[in-house]
Unconditional design. Structure first.
Ligand code: ADQ
Length: 494
């Protein structure tokens, strides 16, 4: 009997393509998803389908893709996108409709009907690429909000592959979701997958509530492990994504990272360092965070000089006007706070950096930070929070985390949870963190690190793939303890 194929589909391929004098060159991406799926793809072989991230015809990328695939041990298949498709499908529907709507910001949405038509058409394009490679019984794992109608397009083509989907961003409550002009076709398209994975139980519940609102005939089965609509039963579950804890730990312990962390403390001496690291995005709550810090300094003069906020903003989606405006607002706020409180030749309250850090720098910042201030208005998970815990080797530090980050569900035992909209409460939490006794800091961070270690990214892949093959969704208890080699997924009868 032929072994089933394992196919991953995401908007982008896990490689960054660079044009050189001798044609395109592929550089491996470094995201959590790549790290998590690599052992599975390497051990059992497979295919990753996605946009190569650069404009150009498929044949131009062929040599670079073949070389990268041969080295990685799996096949890479490009889906080329035209400039128009990128405008309407990627920047348009994905990032001007779904991204703000699913992060509870409907007023930021641009519900242009052309965007929806392009989204459907581009999903159909991805579907053709998948269908050419996936036969009946093959396992196709689709990632994220760019590809929510992919299964519907595949079924239209007659696909009998097993189709699973994981949503990396939150799923909104009915009040928000119902604003989407294409709410029914989108939900129906999602129901064409065999398994739907969400980050948290709340996202899963929201999806079910939206379905129940629009389709009163929907039924829950297996104590909520599946939803049935007519003849279709779809498994649903919450699978919190995570990081490669051991890899972060190992790398953060390296001599060069430690030296860089010490250098940071030398540059910003005799104070607590409080770190914020975010992509430039309105969902990350950066301006409210700055206002909370300003409130702290206004309220508690004795804390002036004792804590600095090191805010790193990683450039992202700069070509969208909203993002440009937000960047200006962040810079003005940082300037206002420094203008009001900085002392000549001495303490500067906000150290602001707008750039992409190298891996070494990022880890050194994590290691150096006494406090991490992570206050997204809404976030699917937030891997920065987990990375910070993994890198906090001395365990003598504090995580302040938004209750609206998916990670809060797992990290509530050790983090100081805050409502990011409540600037006064965030200011109080910063004060608590600065003044927290050492014993409490250590106890909290130990709990946090245990939680991240136990449920690392390999555990996440295990759980998801087990749910895909389990007869009963409730039976897929995580089989592996953290730290063990991730051989299990490859052994699954996918
Ligand atoms: P993001 O919105 O990108 O991800 P996040 O989960 O925090 O947010 O991941 C950011 C990643 O970028 C981290 O892995 C981090 O190491 C990296 N990074 C951060 N700062 C960097 C810097 N200065 N230079 C280079 N790299 C940097 C989306 C969802 C999240 C969800 C993830 C995964 O929005 O909610 O957690 O997918 O599912």
């Amino acid at each position: 009997m032929r072994r089933s194929r394992f196919i991953v589909v995401s908007n982008r391929l896990p490689y960054v393509f660079k044009r050189t004098a001798r044609g395109w060159r592929a550089e491996a991406g470094s995201g959590g998803l790549v790290t998590a799926l690599l052992p599975v793809l390497r051990d059992r072989g497979g295919t990753w389908i996605g946009w190569p991230g650069a404009s150009g015809a498929a044949r131009e990328f062929k040599p670079a893709l073949a070389a990268a695939g041969a080295k990685a041990g799996y096949t890479l298949v490009p889906v080329p996108l035209t400039e128009e498709e990128l405008g309407n499908f990627y920047h348009g529907f994905s990032n001007e409709v779904i991204w703000p709507l699913f992060h509870d910001l409907p007023s930021f949405c641009n519900f242009d009907p052309q965007y929806w038509r392009s989204y459907r058409a581009v999903n159909a394009k991805y579907a053709r690429a998948v269908h050419a490679r996936a036969s009946a019984g093959d396992f196709v794992w689709v990632h994220d909000y760019h590809l929510m109608t992919l299964a519907a397009e595949l079924r239209r083509l007659g696909s009998r592959a097993r189709l699973a989907f994981f949503l990396h961003i939150p799923f909104p409550a009915p009040d928000i979701f119902l604003k989407l002009p294409w709410r029914e076709p989108l939900l129906h398209a999602l129901m064409e997958f065999d398994l739907l994975g969400f980050q948290t139980p709340r996202d899963r519940r929201n999806f079910v509530a939206c379905l129940q609102t629009l389709e009163p005939g929907v039924k829950l089965e297996g104590r909520g492990a599946a939803v049935r609509l007519g003849t279709r039963a779809v498994r649903i579950g919450a699978f919190p994504i995570s990081i490669d804890y051991n890899a972060f730990l190992r790398r953060a312990a390296a001599v060069d990272v430690a030296a860089k962390a010490r250098e940071l403390h030398r540059l910003l001496p005799k104070r607590k360092l409080m770190l914020g690291v975010d992509r430039l995005d309105y969902t990350k709550g950066i301006t409210l965070r700055l206002k909370a810090f300003e409130t702290l300094l206004e309220r508690y003069p004795d804390l002036r000089g004792r804590v600095s906020l090191l805010q790193v903003v990683v450039p992202s989606r700069e070509d969208i006007a909203q993002y440009g405006r937000m960047k200006t607002e962040i810079e003005q706020l940082a300037g206002r706070i420094n203008g009001a409180f900085a002392r000549p030749g001495g303490w500067v309250p906000v150290w602001y950096e707008y750039r992409s850090l190298s891996r070494l720098e990022l880890l050194a910042y994590y290691r150096a930070a006494d406090i991490a201030l992570i206050t997204p208005l809404k976030d699917g998970m937030n891997l920065v929070a987990k990375e910070y815990c993994a890198c906090s080797i001395e365990e003598d530090c504090v995580l302040i985390l938004s209750e609206f980050a998916g990670a809060a569900a797992q990290l509530s035992g050790g983090a100081l949870l805050v409502n990011p909209f409540d600037v006064e409460a965030v200011a109080e939490a910063i004060r608590d963190a600065v003044l927290m006794p050492e014993a409490e800091r250590l106890a909290r961070m130990r709990r946090l690190r245990r939680a991240v270690r136990r449920q690392d990214v390999f555990w996440w892949v295990d759980c998801f793939l087990r749910a895909a093959v389990a007869r009963d969704l409730r039976s897929f208890a995580p089989a592996r303890r953290a730290g063990e080699a991730s051989a299990a997924p490859a052994a699954l009868p996918l």
